[in-house]
Design a protein around this ligand. Sequence first.
Ligand code: KIV
Ligand code: ZN
Length: 541
Amino acid sequence: MSQTEPTLIRIFDTTLRDGEQSPGATMSSYEKLEVGRALSRLGVDIIEAGFPCASPDDWKAVKTLAEQIGREPMPGRPQVTPPTICGLARAAVKDIELCATAVKPALFPRIHTFLATSPIHREHKLRMSRAQVLERIAAMVAFAREKCEDIEFSCEDAARTEPDFLVEAVAAAIAAGASTINIPDTVGFTTPDEYGAIIGNLVRNVPGIEKIILSVHCHNDLGLATANTLAGLRAGARQAEVTINGIGERAGNTSLEEVVMAMKVRPDLYGMTSQVDTTQLIRTSRFVSQTTGMVVQPNKAIVGSNAFAHEAGIHQDGVLKHAATYEIMRPEMVGLAQSNLILGKHSGRHAFQVRLEELGHPLVGEALDKAFARFKELADRKKTVNNADILTVLTSDVSDDTAYFTLDGLQVACGSMGMPTATVRLIGPDQQVHVRASVGTGPVDAAFKAIDEITGLTARLLEYVVMGVTEGIDAVGNVTVRIEGPIDNPRMNAQTEVLGRLFHGHGADTDIIVASAKAYLSALNRLLHARDGARAPAAAV
Ligand code: KIV
Ligand code: ZN
């Protein structure tokens, strides 16, 4: 057992930036704000809220988080200062200027700028020599430092950079004023021993390294992101860059819950801690999953639905006799099996509002009215409404600015005796009611076809997942769809910016056909939003 005080590791959450770069996981600025609130409640130190130069909507998201989350103490923890709000910027004047305006309202703003340092990126992507890269780092970090006190610099593809050049690049960024230096394994190529050695080499050889925070940022292409991150922390890094559920580019980023729980469960080995409230992990994971449409695999460590389930008789017997026989952490530590008092149709608005606050989603005014109406509707159909149902009500009722079409009614006829038929009624962007009926191979297919006819879109359905939120035959059904930009449609083909792009949608209802229609519609709404240019194509990173 370590006798000394544990070392505090800063948790830098990039769910809203690198996580959002997962194909199809795009969030609107409203959704980003809601996820930002959940992250703040979780207790992360830094929220990377987006890439302001990527689109006007991303700039707005970063600014809104800076204004609304970056100025308030963490919900439920008045003694904890607000999280730092960070925006990403390439090492270019325009990016940095735009980023600075977006993060400015926060009490603790940060600009995170980056430039690739590896030979493969220098030669083929940047076409810059070592000297030019060093010069650009020094100039852009110094420029950013004029706009903001807190500057993070990342050596993109650091893990494949020559060790001597990495030392020079890090030294240049420190000399120019960076206070955090991040060492990304951008392509998920390294192994724990190698990555720990890279960090150790910097700790030993960079002049001035003791004045700054070294940060680790790993991708999961070989399934080693968490192991690499922990190896980097043991070698001297003091900030971990992570995402909820490990979402992110390609195979994803390091998962926040895995790193935080590894430090908590093995203090003997790591001697490290974080200020994350681990009892918020499950609900944050579920909220992010529903908001991004990225379904969590049942056997995912910490937050998967099977992570604390014991099936084998011997295991069940052991856990009943003493939990520690087969459990290395208690479910309560991650927020499972917390007070889940049921609400029902007689519960009042105040009880509902208090529960929302406890769940980390305080609502007032019109937003509360809408959510309460939706809760009442649900409680009429389902005798008991628990926390999971309430969170579903919230995420499915996100009244964001991407809603072009809303579902106003749906009726299906199906079974083994005839042709499945769906009649769909939508309210369009013109506030007019549109009704179409269609047949299909099943009720979902028929409903989607009717929606296609009204919206004039034909998207390719890539993924369709239905899950019950809770146990029981009356459970709310959660549907997630992923679609690819429109195909074979003359009205859309000119809009090349959405062709081939992925969009997700989420819907929840006790009727899974209704949930499916809502999910499909929400994905189409995102597609329309992108087509109309509110989200310009993201700048290449
Ligand atoms: O993986 C990476 O290199 C990044 C940088 C932009 C920090 O995400
Ligand atoms: Zn990354």
